[in-house]
Structures are given as structure tokens and as C-alpha cells.
Design a protein around this ligand. Structure first.
Ligand code: BGP
Length: 478
């Protein structure tokens, strides 16, 4: 086994899916607070107002807000070296537009980071993870509005100024490339002004999504520049969904299509954020899709200056593409594609492909030569809690073991991988479906899709297994 000394083992969560306390201590409503629950079969919905008879799962989620000490103690028991979490923008700036931050929100994260530090756990903080103030959706159609740049930069500066001696590793936007897909309008760019309905029916407006992405690039780069100039010890990363798109056959048409799909869906954003410039291939895509990006003088210089220090990504699955019609498709979160006859899939149709992770790590390393972290990976599954509180999740252990084995192969291949945080280390709300039944955690939370549950935490079999993995620095995966 090849993991370097000091390898950052840990887990990841996001405020909107984990914290709950959606209107406590001055917090404002974010896009995720306007999303109802759903399931694999019945998509979650966005509502403009709040419906009395609907269930909004992010409101309570699994209540990290009131359980953070217990949760972080469990991470320490597993031996976490790093804990990836996000700050809720609306806890700090309730509408996004205030000029002064909400002190109660800032104080909460002080306590959380101090608690991590107490156990020697390094916090890795996502500044914006799939939520933005809903007030900004109403004001300027989310990230389509140029003014979001100023609001975000004020927010990011506030976090750097307040926490620079508690948090070294930062990510600007979660899965920024998610907005290359229609669902990204809800999760990522918030370009959903006036929309209510199932998230699968959000109107497909690539112009708005890519303009939103441009504004996020500029905002991210400005945040990086500020951090570098004021706190040179901080490390700022990007965060992408990386989903390999394999050609279904060796037909050159499939190969070309796969290359195009990879560029638009997996490479575009990181090319901008790691290399500091728009890649030339994107202009043809924009032209053919009627996309015109409005830029202001100075934007391109900012992008050049504000490149990231390390590359991070989520990895769950791979897909296939074909130039021919009629092949069976698969499911996914924001990334979807065709079924691969060599792979099995999760109960939600996400194709399980551990070797694709080795391939991804090598491709990314070859392209950028930056240190890397896998900041999300895991199996969303139905868990059954036994009467004695145990959960026998051998399927999750198998999934994680196979992915860790492939990461170690990648390290042997020469990749500079510095950390690994599995997704949803404590059970939380699913981003794509809004349900509780899709669980990822090492820690089970007694909370169910109808909103009931005691919120009690208990250790699954995978908890003890991951503890051993960390103890042996990835040597013992049995
Ligand atoms: C990623 C998101 C996470 C997380 C994860 C699992 O795309 O960054 O927020 O939720 O996917 O997806 P899901 O919750 O839909 O199973």
C-alpha cells in the first residue's frame, strides 16, 4: 500500500444537507430550504413560497447544528485527519446582500472549527456548497446576476479574515461544473427565478448556466487572490464532479464524442481554475449552443491571477457515450450517460467503477500537476438498523475498499494524492433526491423520509472498518 505519511483521511458533509436549524440564530433561507423531499421515482420540487403540507428536508436535516460535538467526537474516534464541511452562506449573510455579517452565524463555525482542532482534525471548508441565498435568486436570477460576484467575495473575505488561523484548506464552489447540466441550475447557479416544480423539469437554459459559471469563476478567482495576498499560508482549491465518459465502442465517432463530453462536462471549469484561462475548445461549443458570455474588462486578468493551489473532485461513477441512438441510459446526480455492460450500478442507478477513479486521478495529474484530493466518494444505499442499533453495511465497505485500492494504485502510478474524504460520513439528506433513505454514512442517524426519528447517532459496521483503514494508513483494507 502506497499512501504517503500524513495522508489526509476523513469524511465530508455540506451545511444544507446536514446542519438543519434553517432559521435559527438569524439564518436566512437558501435555495435548498426551498426544496421539498423526493425519491428516486418522485423528483424533489422547488417551491417559490413555502407550502404548508410539504416536507422540506433541509430544514432539520440531521441537525449537525445541535449535534456537532457528538459528530466531531465520532470522527475523532475513527481517527479522521481532515473533515470537509461547508459554511452556510445564509448563516453569515442571510440574504447575501447585507454589508455586515451575522455574528451568531460566525460564532457557530468558531465553535465547530475549535472542536475539530481539539482533536487535531484539519477542517477543509467549502465556501459555497449547493446553496445560495434564495433572496439572490429573486433579486438577480442567482449567479446570472453579476452582482453575486461582489456578494460572494464579501462573504469569502469575511470567512478568511475570521478563520484564517483555524482553517488552512478552502474550496470555493462545490462541483462548479455541475452547471454544465440542466439540474445545475437548481443546485449550483441558482438560475431559477420564478421557477417552481420538479427539479427534473427545470427549463434548460444553458445561456444562464454558463453565464452563472463565468461569474462564479471571477468570484472564485477574486477570493483566491485575496487569500493569497493576505494569508499566504492558506491553500485554496477548486472542486469538480469528475465523471469519466467512456466511448461505448472504439468507433472514432464515439471517441470524438467522448472527448467532447469530457471537455465540456469534466474539464472545462478546472481548465479555467487551474490554468487561468478559457480553453479554446469551449468557443465552438458556445457558438453551437447560442451561448454568449458577458465579460467585463479585467475578468480575464483576474482569472489568470486567481488560479487554485490544489485540485479536488467528487467521484461516484462513470458513464458511456455513443454517437448512435438507442442505447440504454443510466441514472446519476447531475451527470448522466449510457449504460456500461461491464459495470454494476447502485440502487439509484449510479454505475460503480473503482478503476475509473485510478484513470481519473492519472488523467487529472497529467493535465495539471497539482496536488489532489478526492473530496467525495461513497455508496448511497438503503441501510437497515437492527434492533440492537447495529447496521451491517458490508456493501458500503466493499465499495470503499475497491476505490481505496485504486487510489493506492494511482499513488503508485506517481499521482500526488494528498487526501480522501468520503461523502456523507454521518447520514444526511440526498442532494439529488432530497431523501433520507439514501444513506452514505459510517454513522447512522435515526431520521426517516417522513420527517420522523430521534436523530440518535449509532455506529455502522463501516465505522469500525474505516477506523482500521485510517489507523493503518490504508494498509489494512480487509
Ligand atoms: C454530490 C454533491 C453532494 C452529495 C453527493 C451525493 O454531487 O456534492 O452534495 O449529495 O453528490 O449525491 P446524492 O446526495 O444525490 O446521492
Amino acid at each position: 500500500m502506497a499512501f504517503p505519511k500524513g495522508f489526509l483521511w476523513g469524511g465530508a458533509t455540506a451545511a444544507n444537507q446536514f446542519e438543519g436549524a434553517w432559521d435559527v440564530d438569524g439564518k436566512g433561507a437558501s435555495v435548498s430550504d426551498h426544496c421539498t423531499n423526493g425519491s428516486h421515482e418522485h423528483p424533489k420540487r422547488v417551491t417559490i413560497g413555502f407550502e404548508d403540507d410539504a416536507l422540506y428536508p433541509s430544514r432539520e436535516a440531521t441537525d449537525f447544528y445541535h449535534h456537532y460535538q457528538e459528530d466531531i467526537a465520532l470522527y475523532a474516534e475513527m481517527g479522521f485527519k481532515v473533515y470537509r464541511l461547508s459554511v452556510a452562506w445564509t448563516r453569515i449573510f442571510p440574504t447575501g446582500m447585507e454589508t455586515e455579517p451575522n455574528e451568531a452565524g460566525l460564532a457557530f463555525y468558531d465553535k465547530v472549527f475549535d472542536e475539530c482542532r481539539k482533536y487535531g482534525i484539519e477542517p477543509l471548508v467549502t465556501i459555497s456548497h449547493y446553496e445560495m441565498p434564495y433572496a439572490l435568486v429573486e433579486k438577480c436570477n442567482g449567479w446570472e446576476g453579476r452582482e453575486c460576484i461582489d456578494h460572494f467575495v464579501r462573504y469569502a473575505k469575511t470567512l478568511f479574515d475570521r478563520y484564517h488561523d483555524k482553517v488552512t484548506y478552502w474550496l470555493t464552489f462545490n462541483e462548479i461544473n455541475g452547471a454544465a447540466n440542466p439540474l445545475g441550475a437548481v443546485l449550483s447557479t441558482g438560475t431559477i427565478k420564478g421557477f417552481s416544480g420538479p427539479v427534473t423539469e427545470v427549463p434548460d437554459k444553458p445561456q444562464e448556466r454558463f453565464q452563472g459559471m463565468h461569474n462564479q469563476f471571477v468570484a472564485s478567482a477574486l477570493a483566491v487572490v485575496y487569500a493569497h495576498e493576505n494569508y499566504p499560508e492558506l491553500k485554496i482549491g477548486d472542486m469538480n464532479i469528475f465523471t469519466p465518459s467512456y466511448p461505448l465502442t472504439c468507433n472514432p465517432d464515439d471517441e470524438l464524442l467522448a472527448q467532447r463530453e469530457m471537455r465540456i462536462k469534466s474539464w472545462f471549469c478546472s481548465d479555467v481554475q487551474c490554468r487561468g484561462a478559457y480553453p479554446t475548445y469551449i468557443w465552438r461549443y458556445f457558438k453551437e449552443n447560442g451561448i454568449e458570455i458577458k465579460m467585463e474588462p479585467g475578468d480575464l486578468e483576474v482569472l489568470k491571477k486567481g488560479t487554485v493551489d490544489f485540485y479536488t473532485f467528487s467521484y461516484y461513477m462513470s458513464n458511456c457515450v455513443s454517437a448512435e441512438e438507442g442505447h440504454e441510459s443510466t441514472d446519476g446526480n447531475v451527470a448522466r450517460g449510457l449504460k456500461n455492460p461491464y459495470l454494476k450500478a447502485s440502487d439509484w442507478g449510479w454505475q460503480i467503477d473503482p478503476k475509473g477513479l485510478r484513470w481519473a486521478l492519472n488523467e487529472i495529474w497529467d493535465r495539471y500537476g497539482l496536488p489532489m484530493m478526492v473530496v467525495e466518494n461513497g455508496l448511497g444505499a438503503y441501510d437497515k438498523k437492527e434492533e440492537d442499533g447495529s447496521v451491517h453495511d458490508g456493501y458500503r465497505i466493499d465499495y470503499l475498499r475497491q476505490h481505496i485500492e485504486q487510489m493506492s494504485e494511482a499513488v503508485e502510478d506517481g499521482v500526488n494524492l494528498i487526501g480522501y474524504t468520503t461523502w456523507g460520513c454521518t447520514d444526511l439528506v440526498s442532494a439529488s433526491t432530497g431523501e433520507m433513505a439514501k444513506r452514505y454514512g459510517f454513522v447512522f442517524v435515526d431520521k426517516y423520509d417522513d420527517g420522523t426519528g430521534t436523530l440518535a447517532r449509532s455506529r455502522k459496521d463501516s465505522f469500525y472498518w474505516y477506523k482500521k483503514v485510517i489507523e493503518t494508513n490504508g494498509e489494512d483494507l480487509a
